[in-house]
Write a protein that binds this ligand. Structure first.
Ligand SMILES: [Zn+2]
Length: 132
């Protein structure tokens, strides 16, 4: 084995481990589980429109345009390796901080406020979804 490429791989592996950590997602039915048991669905709260009542442009916008904010986003997830049910979850798209989960078609909890600061290893997000 070429020692140079091994060192490069080892540096990449350590960097990956440093940056990435397992998310723990609270399924409303099963409780806290590892992210490997879930699949991301899409942005939550996007109503399915009647495609026959829309122009092609409106339909394309429905299919492809999402809010994609930097900060908290309500998302749909499915617990495919557990109960198999869909639910909604607040997740911070910058810090990957997990907020409350809730069932579809129920009252959406408020956007979580920042719980960590940079000094504690995470970004602080204010109520306007800005990093502070
Ligand atoms: Zn579950």
């Amino acid at each position: 084995m070429d020692l140079g490429s091994w060192n490069l791989w080892e540096m990449h592996r350590k960097k990956t481990i440093t940056i990435y950590s397992m998310l723990h997602i609270p399924c409303p039915h099963c409780g806290l589980r590892n992210e490997t048991e879930f699949h991301y669905g899409a942005e939550a709260g996007v109503a399915y429109p009647d495609p026959n009542a829309m122009t092609d442009s409106e339909w394309a916008k429905y299919l492809h345009i999402r809010a994609n904010p930097k900060g908290w986003l309500a998302e749909r997830w499915v617990h495919f390796a557990g109960c198999g049910r869909w639910f909604n979850l607040w997740r911070n798209t910058i810090t990957h901080e997990i907020g409350p989960s809730y069932l579809p078609f129920t009252k959406q909890p408020n956007v979580p406020l920042a719980r960590r600061s940079f000094s504690e290893g995470g970004a602080a997000i204010n109520e306007q979804n800005e990093i502070v």
